[in-house]
Design a protein around this ligand. Structure first.
Ligand code: SF4
Ligand code: SF4
Length: 287
């Protein structure tokens, strides 16, 4: 089984639209939405949820007021200001470190599981899908990404699928690393802007650090051809293949609004280029 992660330095680069387009070309992959903070692959793939699994991220402190003797040791020791002077836990600030439990002289503090979100196993018109939802203001998205990836792998084993396509989160933080580790190839979707070039360099640095082969797609390449050439020269200098240059086309948004992948919605130039890009990626994945 091979795994491909589609990633970008920031949101809004077309990463999810491209992932959905691949899903509709391959039709036989397991899909994993690891952008758990802002999941939107489901808007195009319209999954039918088959199984919902509760996700517990960080622990949270619970104070038993009947046992508490109001010594304020926990209040003074909490480095995250997550306990107020009235000895109440401020849920949004608690990092689950357990210091308050450690310092409490009367065992009034216990660490409890926190309801942080849900992981889902679903079916889509292009195959099975693993995805998730993190509750508002909850953290531990890296941990939830790992849950989604494990669910996707399990689905691939059960359904005998040869490929997992992962829609990764933007940036270079912990969730990105969780969505990259152990995959066979990463596709970095970038745009010809100076900030995107900087982001591309940073993500390539992360991929390189973990020894993961990377290829690049330049979306909206025609909005700044000079910068596109800059990206191409940079990629060539470090031996990274540019597998696709996609033109700016409002059809990308139109397809999403109509809850379709680009290749379902259109057989125009953009769709053709994505199909062409997939055939190059396939070579690298040896699917
Ligand atoms: S678990 Fe840590 S962060 Fe949470 S209230 Fe206790 S000391 Fe503060
Ligand atoms: S350390 Fe324990 S006893 Fe002291 S204020 Fe906190 S919860 Fe109450």
């Amino acid at each position: 089984m091979k795994q491909l992660t589609v990633i970008s330095g920031k949101g809004g680069t077309g990463k999810t639209s491209i992932t959905a387009a691949f899903a509709s070309i391959v039709k036989n992959a397991v899909l994993a939405d690891c952008d758990v903070d802002a999941a939107d692959l489901h808007l195009i793939l319209k999954p039918t949820v088959k199984k919902t699994i509760e996700f517990h991220g960080l622990n949270i402190a619970h104070i038993d007021k009947d046992t508490c003797i109001d010594c304020k040791k926990c209040y003074e020791s909490c480095k995250f200001d997550a306990i107020d002077e009235g000895i109440n836990v401020i849920k949004e600030s608690c990092e689950g470190c357990g210091v308050c439990e450690y310092v409490c002289p009367v065992d009034a503090v216990t660490m409890e599981k926190r309801d942080s979100g849900f992981a889902y196993i679903s079916e889509t018109r292009f195959g099975p899908m693993a995805h998730a939802m993190l509750k508002t203001a909850e953290e531990a998205s890296g941990k939830l990404v790992t849950v989604v990836r494990n669910n996707a792998k399990q689905l691939a084993d059960e359904k005998k699928k040869e490929l997992v396509i992962i829609d990764g989160p933007p940036g270079i933080g912990c969730p990105v690393i969780a969505s990259l580790t152990g995959v066979d190839l990463v596709l970095i979707v970038t745009e010809p802007t100076l900030s995107a070039i900087h982001d591309l360099e940073r993500i390539l640095g992360v991929a390189n650090h973990f020894g993961i082969p990377a290829v690049v797609c330049i979306n909206k390449y025609d909005i700044n051809v000079d910068n596109t050439e800059k990206i191409e020269r940079y990629c060539e200098s470090i031996d990274v293949r540019v597998v696709g240059n996609l033109p700016y086309d409002t059809i990308m948004t139109d397809a999403m609004v109509n809850e379709k992948s680009i290749v379902e919605f259109s057989d125009g130039n953009l769709a053709e280029r994505i199909v062409e890009m997939w055939s190059k990626i396939k070579e690298d994945l040896i699917v």
